[in-house]
Design a protein around this ligand. Structure first.
Ligand SMILES: NC(=O)c1ccc[n+]([C@@H]2O[C@H](COP(=O)([O-])OP(=O)(O)OC[C@H]3O[C@@H](n4cnc5c(N)ncnc54)[C@H](O)[C@@H]3O)[C@@H](O)[C@H]2O)c1
Length: 589
């Protein structure tokens, strides 16, 4: 049985070597990992590494690694330990980085079958997954802000009385029930795999389980009328649930989907008309037919959403490549230009509409930490310390984050190691990190691993998700994620990771992350002061250059606060009419 144990129980010649063993084992913890025997942590195919031989060799290297060496992991393969310096990263990981012309699912599968490619997803291959808690906070912020911006809920009110309908109770999607309850609303989450429902029910992240769509909506309506927060699991296909809603004119306020559409033909999406077991069987026996089922179901799914949206529902793509999957299934009408996805889709992605402008453009993103001692007490101390660093009256985002951390323990979010997620902006993350390192130095707490989800402001280039609200044409470039990775390595983060694919599928994103072990030293204080702001502000700066208003404002403030140390290039925004008139003049001449 694998589980992330207290750091002192691991062998090693440096603290980082031991710390990363905790993280790997936590990623494969049987309570956390989706298919632990296959080393899959989440997202249907996201692996820590490709096989158990690699796992054992990596762990052995981590035991042997000294302060002056760096372990290189290429798509799960431990290439070796190489001499570096105590200022360099201890671990550098890349996953599935493919040469452009071969950068597609078919070649990935071929390479994976040959044992040379690993699908690291985001935090699975970066060893920074902390269970479904990692996404609860993001989901909470997304649906709360969707309510504020689309349903006109005032900033001081929550989702009470409103209905959110979605699907998926798996690795990450399993967070949706908990998030909707924290946000005060009522949620119905469709799930075809009963074992997933059971897990979330035992965990109390969903409270009712029904297999009849009518019953699900009736229950929801009762809770809505009583303004009770409640998550209901619907055991069945989401398309059946939506067909019922369309047929019976049920009012759905917020609608999304979190099936594994990034791996839609590999079993990530269960087509309508097949039970979960039948889907597994067909997938194995007749892939062509399975594909046809998936395409038919996605078309039907799209049609129901379209009708609901016409009736006033707000639908958003939840970062699972749903819209792209619908397009791939043959629905060109889902594209804004009716042809291809180059100009985006007719429905927004949650980053495009909500998380991008309201969070990422300011630098707010999924900062996280793991108390390596494994002690709950350490986590409670860090929660309290982080809360002290937040001024809830500065912005509404700070207020939401403050409320989140204040109730974090009560919400019983920990699965696996003692870990926490907290959305913060650049300076917020830096201040909290410095505070934690001081606490480690004073021996108030044991060592801490800092990290973040790759799903963040600056770490990921992904036109269908993280960079969906970047409109200057640069959303097809992967410079930002690559610079973030290189910059974090240069500034001495303990681990840096760069992957292809992630939550939206191979070729659709380049995403990176980091790990930083807080050992209480001054050296680490210095890394925090340079690397943490870089990690975030590289992303804000790029968003400012793309003329995103909130990023420009954030960058102006940053330039003032960090005068003499950092300087972000600001765009000059010309008068659009002036440019148009000039062009017209030239062409008229
Ligand atoms: N929004 C984000 O921040 C974010 C973060 C991580 C992952 N994701 C993406 O979200 C998706 C889900 O991630 P996950 O880790 O939960 O994957 P998962 O595979 O563990 O869970 C998906 C669940 O959907 C269920 N399902 C599939 N088809 C269904 C259908 N038609 N009706 C009802 N249930 C169905 C599956 O049984 C499964 O339990 C992935 O594509 C992932 O990349 C998004």
């Amino acid at each position: 049985m694998i589980t992330g144990r207290p750091i002192d129980e691991y062998k090693g010649k440096c603290i980082e070597g031991k710390a990363f063993q905790v993280m790997i084992d936590n990623n494969l913890d049987f309570d956390i990992a989706l298919y632990p025997y296959e080393l899959v942590t989440y997202g249907e195919t996201g692996q820590v590494c490709q096989n158990w031989m690699q796992y054992r060799i990596i762990k052995r290297y981590l035991e042997e690694m000294t302060q002056d060496q760096t372990l290189v992991v290429e798509s799960g393969h431990p290439l070796g330990l190489f001499a570096s310096s105590s200022e360099a990263p201890r671990v550098i990981i890349t996953n599935a980085l493919m040469v452009g012309v071969f950068d597609d699912p078919e070649n990935l599968h071929r390479a994976a079958a040959l044992g040379v490619a690993n699908y690291g997803q985001m935090t699975a291959g970066g060893w920074m997954y902390i269970g479904p808690q990692g996404i609860v906070h993001g989901t909470y912020s997304t649906i709360l802000n969707a309510g504020r911006t689309k349903l006109n809920i005032p900033p001081d009110r929550d989702l009470s009385g409103y209905l959110f309908v979605t699907s998926g109770l798996g690795g990450m999607s399993g967070a949706q029930g908990k998030a909707v309850e924290i946000a005060g609303g009522v949620g119905i989450i469709a799930e075809v795999d009963y074992s997933r429902i059971q897990t979330r029910h035992e965990q109390e992240w969903v409270h009712d389980v029904v297999d009849d769509p009518g019953k699900a909506f009736e229950l929801a309506n009762n809770y809505q009328n009583r303004r009770e927060r409640r998550a209901i699991a619907f055991y069945g296909n989401v398309v059946d649930l939506l067909e019922y809603a369309v047929g019976h004119h049920v009012k759905i306020d917020l609608l999304s989907d979190q099936t594994s559409c990034h791996a839609v033909y590999e079993g990530g999406y269960c087509p309508q008309g097949l039970t979960f077991e039948q889907r597994t069987d067909l997938l194995e026996k007749d892939h062509k037919k399975f594909k046809e089922y998936v395409n038919t179901s996605l078309k039907r799914h799209y049609e129901q959403i379209k009708i609901l949206v016409e009736r006033g529902t707000y639908f958003f793509d939840y970062g699972n490549s749903f819209l792209k999957a619908v397009f791939d299934a043959g629905v060109k009408a889902i594209c804004k230009n009716g042809k291809d996805p180059i100009d985006g889709f007719i429905f927004p992605s949650y980053v495009e509409d909500i998380m991008g402008p309201l969070l990422f453009d300011y630098g707010y993103g999924p900062f996280r930490w793991v108390c390596l001692s494994g002690k709950r007490d350490d986590l409670l101390k860090t929660d309290a310390a982080a809360m002290e660093c937040i001024d809830p009256d500065r912005r509404f985002q700070d207020k939401d984050n403050y409320v989140w951390i204040r109730h974090a323990d009560k919400n019983n979010l920990v699965v696996g190691t003692q870990a926490r997620i907290l959305y913060q902006d650049a300076m917020g993350r830096m201040n909290i990190a410095l505070k934690f390192n001081e606490m480690v130095r004073n021996r108030d707490i044991g060592p801490v691993m800092l990290g973040r989800d790759h799903h963040d402001t600056g770490g990921t280039d992904s036109p269908f998700r993280e960079t969906a609200n970047i409109k200057d044409g640069s959303n097809i470039m992967a410079d930002m994620a690559t610079q973030c990775f290189a910059g974090n390595a240069a500034r001495g983060m303990s681990l840096v990771a760069l992957h292809n694919g992630g939550g939206v599928g191979i070729g659709n994103a380049i995403n990176g992350g980091f790990g930083l072990v807080l050992n209480g030293s001054e050296r680490v204080d210095n890394i925090i002061r340079s690397a943490i702001p870089w990690d975030v502000m590289g992303g804000v700066a790029r968003r400012a250059w793309a003329r995103n208003k909130n990023s420009i404002d954030t960058s102006i403030k940053y330039n003032q606060t960090r005068k003499g140390t950092d300087h972000i290039t600001l765009p000059f925004i010309p008068d659009e009419n002036l440019v148009k008139d000039l062009v017209a003049d030239v062409f008229n001449e």
